[in-house]
Design a protein around this ligand. Structure first.
Ligand SMILES: [Zn+2]
Ligand SMILES: [Zn+2]
Length: 163
């Protein structure tokens, strides 16, 4: 159960554990032989290791993962709520009316706009949120993975405190 390692065959799509892999001996130019794992279904040596998506835990090959997050988790998480949190962690500079800045600090300005966006609910916010999250897929994937790791760490801490 601990050994989660899996392979996927790029030729036929078969997914298998190293235990189920078959071996083939390849002779190299210099006459040395190399034993390689091959697909037990079609015999192809074009096999790839699979890795866990850090959000859903399912296994994927490298090409289906962005920063260890699968495409499905990335698009499912491209929500308005996450866009606001993601934006909060990737702040930008803007020009703002200096009188408004005089009355409100940065936190107040952000929460006023936050209230406006949540109240607006006219549809554009949902589309913009999705576009904003997926604009730089790898940055968003990295953010999701870090958040998942932070949540994991917090859970361990909470469990320790409870005990
Ligand atoms: Zn195969
Ligand atoms: Zn996933």
């Amino acid at each position: 159960m601990e050994d989660m390692k899996m392979y996927k065959c790029n030729s036929c799509g078969e997914e298998f554990s190293p235990d189920d892999a078959e071996q083939e001996t390849f002779i190299e130019y210099h006459g040395t032989s190399v034993v390689s794992d091959i697909c037990p279904h079609c015999g192809s040596s074009n096999i790839e290791e699979m890795y866990e998506c850090k959000v859903c835990g399912n296994l994927f090959t490298d090409s289906d993962l962005t920063d260890y997050v699968c495409d499905n988790c990335i698009s499912e998480n491209a929500t308005l709520e996450n866009a606001i949190k993601f934006g909060n962690d990737t702040k930008v500079h803007v020009q703002i009316n200096s009188f408004y800045r005089e009355i409100f600090d940065e936190r107040m300005i952000n929460s006023i706009i936050g209230i406006f966006v949540k109240k607006a609910k006219v549809g554009w916010d949902i589309d913009k949120a999705e576009k904003f999250c997926l604009e730089d897929k790898s940055e968003f994937a990295e953010w999701l993975r870090n958040r998942e790791e932070d949540n994991g760490r917090k859970k361990i801490l909470l469990d320790k405190i409870k005990r």
